[in-house]
Design a protein around this ligand. Structure first.
Ligand code: AMP
Length: 233
């Protein structure tokens, strides 16, 4: 009988989902669960599943729904075991299409969990391409940087843990274009699916990081405190 209260972050690649999730999760009592991060972790192994995931990931294509759902559920089950007092997950990168949204509804119903809100981060495509092509990540601790907009203190080196920074293997121009097209075609339509249920909070993501963080937190606080939206509050 879980009764968790989850929040979904929806926005195109480069809209700042990961950056914002890292900042807002803990203050809101949520745990950041990013399927992309789960896959990047999984791909550090060398087994058939890791190789299968990599074949989709590197091309910027979606990993098959059954594999993705399995990886997500494993993480949610792990949280139940390791963090019995957590309020809910801040889902980043899931769901990404209609089948995943319906699967999520089913598994949440089985677990007696709810979706408290869907935060939609909107950013124009030209800005996204600029952000993604300069993005650098730390393979060790997951911190993200941008060559021009948010450079590390020492070039090529993570401020947090000192590891050498890398470009993500799917941040190439071809993969970026494919990922943004997939978002428009399969993920953006989910906003209607959730809008009909009154769950969507629209946020202008084309503003300074701190301002976006403040807007999201102020919008989510009352929702998470509302017992009709969030039973576990
Ligand atoms: P992200 O870090 O969210 O940009 O995800 C990076 C890559 O991981 C995507 O391009 C997909 O290959 C894979 N991925 C992440 N989340 C999902 C998902 N919900 N469904 C299918 N593939 C996913």
């Amino acid at each position: 009988m879980a009764g968790r209260c989850h929040v979904i972050l929806i926005g195109p690649q480069g809209s700042g989902k990961g950056t914002q999730a890292t900042r807002i999760a803990a203050p809101l009592g949520l745990v950041h669960v990013a399927t992309g991060d789960l896959f990047r972790q999984l791909m550090t192994r060398d087994d058939p599943l890791a190789r299968e995931v990599r074949s989709y990931y590197d091309r910027g294509e979606l990993v098959p729904d059954d594999v993705t759902l399995r990886v997500l559920l494993e993480r949610l089950d792990e949280l139940e075991r390791e963090l019995p007092s957590y309020r809910g997950a801040l889902l980043d990168g899931y769901p990404r299409n209609r089948a995943q949204a319906e699967a999520l509804d089913r598994v949440l119903r089985d677990r007696n969990d709810t979706i408290a809100a869907v935060v939609h981060l909107a950013v124009p495509r030209a800005v996204l391409i600029e952000r993604l092509s300069g993005r650098l990540i730390c393979p060790q601790c997951g911190a993200t940087y941008h060559r021009t907009f948010a450079p590390p203190r020492v070039e090529g080196q993570c401020d947090q843990c000192g590891a050498p920074l890398v470009q993500r293997s799917d941040d190439t121009p071809e993969a970026i274009a494919r990922r943004l097209d997939t978002y428009e075609q399969h993920t953006a339509p989910l906003l209607e699916y959730y809008r009909e249920r009154g769950l969507v909070i629209d946020i202008d993501g084309n503003r300074p990081i701190d301002e976006v963080t403040r807007t999201i937190v102020s919008a989510l606080e009352p929702v998470l405190a509302d017992p009709s939206r969030c039973r576990s509050s």
